[in-house]
Structure formats: structure tokens, C-alpha cells
Design a protein around this ligand. Structure first.
Ligand SMILES: C[S@@+](CC[C@H](N)C(=O)[O-])C[C@H]1O[C@@H](n2cnc3c(N)ncnc32)[C@H](O)[C@@H]1O
Length: 408
């Protein structure tokens, strides 16, 4: 996602004085029930996914240029048309069992726009595949699912909403797409305190809330940090240096894996290698808040009204996936991926579309360039994994980006 200019958490938390933000009544009551303090992870889960007050749970966040932030698919249908080529190449190489259909699963579908554009492209360009394909949407937030239902009213493919847990009863053959969804999983934050790593907590002070260092991290968490090069704080990461990790990644990959008998998972998201993620100079991690096209770094501001999102750590994602039985297929930046899938040809092809008015032409051109901008969406990572039972491994998945650049 992208939005307007960002302020950093450092500028929010400067001067050594803890900043207190106002807590709405619902959050105050929750915190009082929890003896006044919860780990950051619990707070993030509440403010994003609470069905009444959470930014996604209540369905109040809007994706798109008129909403709270833009994502690649919300810039227009070109992103889906390029991505569809990769998904179709994978789908066409899969062999469902007798009587089984092929599934395209989108998890975290937001407004439903990406799913809609993908199936429109597939129905128009690969009608034979469309006849064998169903669309499955995995969305835990009822407020968001309600808008997806509206967007997909005229969907040309059979479609349904399901939870991974329901799908596990009869695992699917197909492709799972996770576009900007894993960055919405709640993160655990940790902070240096002398020679110790402590869990960061959100604590109630009167009517306000603050970020405060809590208990020492337990041995499992310390071992995980040590594997990422963070054995102990040390002089490069003085007291107050903080960052985060995603405790929900492994369970998510486990649930997703149980839902898929055979096929691929494509994760598209903000991500850094561990050395960049946990670099000493990144003293407040990667957490950002988005609302009304403004990006800022204070996660406690107006709880439940802002999207909170943190980058993925590539090594943590790879390790979690491999520990849950996923086979790595490769990863690259979005700019590279889209160019391999034909973005330059599509850009060039715009000139051969006389039906486009100048305004539309400039808008499409701008959107295509934004998708590969190395300072923004082009820096997103595409990370692919495969899943296959022993008997299916003979028909191994084709690699990521088997496609040669194609005509638009
Ligand atoms: C940033 S939006 C992304 C929307 C869309 N993929 C796009 O790129 O425009 C995040 C979406 O993921 C959903 N979500 C959050 N946590 C989820 C989870 N654990 N599983 C599936 N979806 C989730 C949110 O409700 C929302 O629909």
C-alpha cells in the first residue's frame, strides 16, 4: 500500500518522554479487563480485527485512491492482467483429481477488486480454463466480506467465501494468492533494555495508552531473534531500539497448507531481508499506520481508525513456510516480476489503443509506472511456494516467472 508523506515513529517517540494517546472507551474497558496492559500483538489484533471497533473488522477501512490507501490492484486493471498470466500458467499445469475443479483462492481480498479483475481477464482470455475454475475468497472480517460480495455480484465464475479451516476437510488443487494480507497479521514488538530484549506492551494510564517495555522475552523468542542476528541488544542497538516479528506467520502457513492439496502460494507484500529489517539504524521497526491517504508511524493514534501494517522479514517467511511443508519456488521484486510478465509491452501497447482518450491514456501510463517504481510498489516482493503430495511431485510446479514477455 502507499499513501502520502510519512512521519516516523522516531519523531513520534522522541525526547525520551513516553507519549500518551487517548484510548476510546471500548479499548479502555478491554485494557481494564486485562489488568491494564496487553502485549502489542493483542492490541494490534483488537484495533484491526475487532468486529465492532477494528479498522478491518468493522469494515471501515477503504482501499483505493478515494479510500485510506492505494494498493497495486486499486490503481486499475493492468496489475491483474499481468499477474493473471503467472497464475494461469500455474493453474494450467495443475491436474485436479477426477471430478475435482481447479481453485483460485484469494486471501485478504479487500474491496474484491483484484479477484474481480483476475476472473474477468481469465474468462475473456482463457475461457477453457474459466470453465474448470472456481474462485474462493478467504476473508475473516465480515465488514470487508460484505463489500466483496457486492463487488463480485457479476463475477463470471462460480465463487464462494470460506475459511482455510473449512477447506481443509477437502483440500483444493489450485493457487492461493496473498496480496497485502500478511502485513496485516498482528506483530509482536520487542524493545532493547540494556542487555535485555523485552516484549513491548500497551498500557493504560488514566484515559490514555502508552507503549512500555514489559517482561523479558522467553527462550523460544530469543532463539528466533538470535537466528536473525539479534542475539542481544549491544551498543549498536541501545535501550529503546525496537522492532517486531510476526508470530502469526507459522499458524497462517499451516492453515493455508492444510487447505491446499496441490498447487502454489504467491505472497505479494512489503518485505525486507533480515539484515535490512533489523539494521541498527532502523530503530523503530517497520510498523506504519494509514488512513485517508496519510501515512504516519504512531500505532496508538485513534485506535481502530487506522490500518496498521508491518513489513515481512524474508528469512522468517521462508523459514516458517519450509517448517510447514511448503517448497520454496523463488522470490523477486514486483518491478522485475511485472516486467517479466509483459509490463513494458503493455505500456507500449497503450499507444495502439485509439479508443482511449488522452486522460485515460495518461492515467493508465501513470498507473503502470507506479507499479514498478523502485521507491514504492515496485519494491514489493513476490515470494512463491509450492505444495504437492508425494504422488503429485512428479508433475512439479513450473518455476516462478516461466513466462517470456508477451504482447499486451
Ligand atoms: C490491505 S487489505 C488488502 C486488500 C487487497 N488484497 C488489495 O491488495 O487491494 C488487507 C485485507 O486482508 C484482510 N485480512 C486481514 N487479516 C486477514 C487474515 N488473517 N486472513 C485473511 N484476510 C485477512 C483484511 O480484512 C483486508 O480485506
Amino acid at each position: 500500500m502507499t499513501a502520502g508523506p510519512a512521519s516516523s515513529l522516531a519523531s513520534v517517540l522522541c525526547c525520551g518522554t513516553p507519549v500518551t494517546s487517548e484510548a476510546p472507551d471500548w479499548l479502555r474497558r478491554r485494557l481494564l479487563d486485562a489488568a491494564g496492559s496487553v502485549p502489542f500483538c493483542t492490541y494490534m489484533e483488537w484495533v484491526l480485527h475487532d468486529p465492532d471497533h477494528g479498522a478491518y473488522g468493522s469494515g471501515q477501512l477503504r482501499v483505493g485512491p478515494q479510500g485510506d490507501f492505494v494498493t497495486s490492484p486499486s490503481l486499475g486493471p493492468d496489475f491483474a492482467a499481468l499477474l493473471a498470466r503467472q497464475l494461469v500458467a500455474w493453474l494450467e499445469a495443475l491436474q485436479p483429481r477426477d471430478g475435482e475443479s481447479l481453485s483460485l483462492v484469494e486471501t485478504g481480498p479487500g474491496e474484491g477488486q483484484l479477484a474481480f479483475d483476475l476472473v474477468q481477464w481469465i474468462a475473456a482470455e482463457r475461457p477453457d480454463l474459466a470453465q474448470r475454475l472456481e474462485l474462493v475468497l478467504v476473508e475473516p472480517n465480515p465488514g470487508m466480506a460484505a463489500r466483496q460480495r457486492l463487488r463480485l455480484q457479476s463475477c463470471p465464475l462460480p465463487h464462494r467465501w470460506a475459511r482455510f479451516a473449512d477447506l481443509a476437510a477437502a483440500p483444493l488443487t489450485g493457487v492461493v494468492l496473498a496480496h497485502e494480507v500478511l502485513d496485516a497479521l498482528a506483530v509482536e514488538r520487542f524493545v532493547a533494555d540494556g542487555a535485555l530484549w523485552r516484549r513491548q506492551r500497551v498500557t493504560l494510564h488514566g484515559h490514555g495508552i502508552r507503549l512500555e517495555p514489559g517482561e523479558r522475552l522467553e527462550p523460544d523468542a530469543l532463539a528466533q531473534l538470535a537466528a536473525l542476528g539479534l542475539a542481544e541488544p549491544g551498543p549498536q542497538r541501545p535501550s529503546g531500539w525496537s522492532s517486531e516479528w510476526h508470530p502469526g506467520l507459522e499458524p497462517w502457513l499451516e492453515d493455508c497448507g492444510r487447505a491446499l492439496r496441490c498447487g502454489q502460494l504467491l505472497v505479494i507484500d512489503y518485505a525486507h531481508e533480515a539484515w535490512r529489517y533489523y539494521a541498527p539504524q532502523r530503530a523503530n521497526g517497520t510498523l506504519m499506520a494509514y488512513r485517508a491517504q496519510v501515512a504516519q508511524a504512531d500505532p496508538l493514534r485513534e485506535p481502530g481508525c487506522w490500518d496498521l501494517t508491518a513489513h515481512l522479514c524474508l528469512e522468517s517467511l521462508q523459514a516458517a513456510a519450509e517448517s510447514r511443508g511448503w517448497l520454496p519456488l523463488g522470490q523477486c521484486r514486483q518491478g522485475q516480476a511485472l516486467l517479466a510478465l509483459g509490463l513494458a509491452e503493455r505500456l507500449h501497447g497503450l499507444q495502439q489503443q485509439p479508443q482511449l482518450g488522452l486522460d485515460q491514456l495518461l492515467q493508465r501510463r501513470e498507473a503502470l509506472l507506479r507499479l514498478v517504481d523502485p521507491g514504492a510498489l515496485g519494491d514489493f516482493r513476490w515470494v512463491a511456494f509450492a505444495r504437492a503430495s508425494a504422488e503429485d511431485r512428479a508433475g512439479q510446479a513450473p518455476p516462478l516467472f516461466l513466462l517470456e514477455p508477451q504482447s499486451p
